[in-house]
Design a protein around this ligand. Structure first.
Ligand code: SF4
Length: 712
């Protein structure tokens, strides 16, 4: 018997529709065996049947190395012992109560994930920010999307990428900055590439210190020095103003802050910017000319912009160019932040950062707090007005003894966090750490007192929102493994045991979603016209969606701000005037190289899934360090030599990949190898033992390092 399930890819924020096709066969012992194959879903509006290697092979990782039952230990040196859910839940409840009584509610914290479904996110907010009364919930989106969130809010008055994927087919000029789209968002890049190849005159500008696969096919590649993005963006603005290629009427009617911005931009003449960025002045002028002459300019960015000490300023500096030229709210144009994780967007909608509340609301806004308190049946003042601890503040809080209880779910911070030596030291000190995940072991499980087995994609039903604000239902189609439970169910059960029965009386995730959707009514991320049943019968829906839509009435390719009415008080967008501060940690004589990191096409983050898929392992068996031939020669490094990379915070070793694709003075390593996978890499590397790269993740997207070739 063949069964077909429509769902969404659980890796990157492109959010490709997948079809899981089952084939059931009867075995000799009369047991029915069901196997699933994955293919692209042609009916999904975002991806139209396309899928990359990660989505296509996802089933191969689902059953491997799973955490099957709760495990507890008294301290981090002790062995885990299997415990019942009853014991595990009671332990959490008593730890929460004790911590609260002894240290106050702000000694509790949770660190969640863009891998959560929206329902998981929402229940975690209700538990922590609502019922417990602490905003100490942050997520790995902090390391990924928080700059985009802040940039959108400051420029437009609300979060929410304003574009849709159709803009990739309609633009005259794509300006990709800080994103290796070809490897990190391959299905979107293929779509843009097709448009670029087939429509004469369409321009593709790529800004990246590396000549990535994305940059290879660009009309103009600006290989700027790390940390000079704002110089470049202000430099383009300078030329647009000088050439009078800005839309004065739009600026006058729809923006604030123009005069201050103009004043600041005068510090960025092309001759100065070209030197700072390390690019020919002529190339800067070509970039500005493409902006000036194109009818529709679409900028696209991801972690190369967001992961920065000046991330918000960089996002606003991109948006400034759109405001200057009125490239917003029309087909093929706009400032499009590409999300990293499958449900980073749903997390934002559900309030999954320490300063947010569900429905793109803010903890600082008294009206927003009141709306949520009323909705959740809580007393007035229950939600704290104080933004909670962000990801790094949680670590600092543990160091200072101010955070005593940490609940980590669906993420692997012991590989992905900055400054890992310090992070691990802090985690060792935490009085009680719960780690809730589908897999075991991960690098983070070594730092937990209590392990809780969670279901994952294919075993749980919930929704996810992709980069173009498309909400899809991901239904369960496989049984849970072992004793695993859904994330939202675990949070709700703890809530009930803490005395909040009425707040957590949900029967299933459909009811959770209905409650969440209701509180988004009238917001930019309006889900109120959607339910699980509607998504199941009508397919994915794009936000905002205030009324139920059918396949016939469905509005596709929605854009925000087509009426040029922004979500600020006066409905005008804001210019943001920012000077460039360069790299937060500049290179110097002792640490003369700028290290950057990024993803590879086949792997996903810390390899929790992709490291368990043979095809992807064969594709990318080892990490490497890209180094320019000139630097390699200077240091006596030859191809495949083991190179020790040392920052002020840690070190790692990688085989050298000598290439012109990286600028002199800059080196690159992929981000995926934590110590669990370094062992594997060591076996594969044959001649070169690889040291564990676990302490290297740079503090920011680029940090200063020194290099040394290792003797072997
Ligand atoms: Fe999944 Fe992203 Fe690949 Fe699409 S592009 S199949 S969402 S990993």
């Amino acid at each position: 018997m063949i069964n077909l399930v429509q769902t969404l890819c659980p890796y990157c924020g492109v959010g490709c529709g997948l079809e899981a096709v089952s084939q059931s066969t009867e075995r000799k012992d009369q047991r029915i065996e069901t196997a699933y194959k994955i293919r692209g879903d042609r009916a999904h509006p975002s991806s139209q049947g396309m899928v990359c290697v990660k989505g296509a092979t996802i089933m191969e990782s689902i059953a491997k190395d799973r955490l099957l039952y709760p495990m507890l230990r008294e301290n981090l040196e002790a062995e885990f012992r299997r415990v019942s859910w009853e014991e595990a839940l009671e332990k959490i409840v008593s730890e929460i109560q004790q911590t609260k009584a002894e240290f106050g509610v702000d000694a509790l914290s949770m660190y969640g994930s863009g891998q959560f479904q929206t329902e998981d996110y929402y229940i975690a907010q209700k538990l922590f920010k609502g019922c417990l009364g602490t905003n100490n919930f942050d997520a790995n989106s902090r390391l990924c999307m928080s700059s985009a969130v802040s940039g959108y809010i400051k420029s437009f008055g609300s979060d929410g990428p304003p574009c849709c994927y159709e803009d990739l087919d309609l633009t005259d000029c794509a300006f990709i900055i800080g994103s290796n789209m070809a490897e990190c968002h391959p299905i979107l890049f293929n779509r843009l590439r097709r448009h670029h190849k087939t429509k004469p005159g369409v321009k593709l500008i790529v800004v990246d210190p590396r000549r990535t696969q994305t940059a290879e096919v660009a009309d103009l590649h600006l290989a700027i020095q790390p940390g000079t993005d704002i110089d470049l963006l202000n430099g383009i603005a300078y030329l647009l103003l000088k050439w009078e290629k800005c839309d004065r009427l739009f600026i006058q009617k729809h923006t604030n802050g123009f005069a201050e911005f103009c004043e600041l931009v005068q510090f960025y003449p092309p001759e100065k910017v070209a030197i700072t960025c390390g690019i020919p002045e002529q190339d800067l002028e070509i970039a500005a000319k493409y902006w000036a002459e194109s009818q529709a300019v679409l900028s696209l960015w991801s972690m190369g912009i967001n992961q920065s000490a000046q991330g918000t300023a960089k996002v606003q500096s991109i948006i400034n160019l759109h405001l200057l030229t009125a490239q917003i709210g029309k087909p093929g144009a706009g400032a499009f932040s590409l999300t990293g994780q499958p449900n980073a967007m749903g997390g934002r909608e559900a309030g999954g950062l320490s300063h947010l509340l569900p429905g793109y609301r803010s903890v600082k806004n008294p009206d927003h707090r009141r709306e949520l308190e009323e909705h959740w049946g809580l007393s007035s003042g229950q939600i704290s007005a104080q933004p909670g601890r962000d990801a790094w503040e949680i670590i600092r809080g543990i160091e200072q003894g101010e955070v005593q209880f940490l609940w980590i779910a669906a993420t692997n911070p012991v590989v992905s966090f900055p400054d890992l030596v310090r992070t691990k030291k802090a985690l060792k000190k935490c009085k009680f750490t719960v780690y809730q995940d589908a897999y075991y072991p991960t690098e983070t499980s070594a730092y937990a007192h209590l392990l809780l087995p969670a279901t994952q994609w294919s075993e749980k039903t919930g929704t996810m929102t992709n980069s173009e604000r498309m909400v899809s239902l991901c239904p369960a189609f496989q049984p849970c493994m072992g004793e695993s439970r859904h994330d939202w169910e675990i949070f709700a059960e703890v809530g009930r045991r803490l005395g909040f029965e009425p707040q957590f009386s949900f029967q299933d995730s459909g009811e959770v979603y209905t409650e969440f959707a209701k509180i988004t009514k009238g917001r930019v991320c309006d889900h109120s016209g959607i339910s699980h049943a509607i998504l199941a019968s009508e397919g994915a829906m794009q936000l905002p969606c205030a009324e139920p839509e059918t396949r016939v009435s469905k509005i596709t390719n929605k854009r925000l701000y087509t009426d040029l009415q922004f979500h600020t008080r006066d409905r005008r967008a804001n210019f943001g005037a920012y000077h460039s501060q360069g790299m937060a940690e500049p290179t110097d004589l002792e640490y003369p190289f700028a290290l950057t990191t990024g993803r590879l096409y086949g792997h996903w983050h810390t390899q929790t899934r992709t490291g368990r898929i043979p095809k992807i392992q064969q594709m990318h068996p080892n990490p490497f360090i890209e180094i320019h031939p000139r630097d390699a020669k200077k240091l006596g490094i030859e191809a495949q030599d083991l190179v020790e990379v040392r920052s002020r915070r840690g070190f790692a070793k990688f085989p050298a990949l000598i290439t012109n694709a990286i600028a002199p003075g800059v080196v690159f390593v992929p981000m995926h190898w934590g110590y669990l996978w370094a062992d594997q890499a060591e076996a594969n590397a044959l001649t070169h033992p690889l040291a564990c790269p676990d302490s290297l993740q740079p503090e920011l997207k680029a940090c200063a390092v020194q290099l040394k070739v290792c003797k072997h």
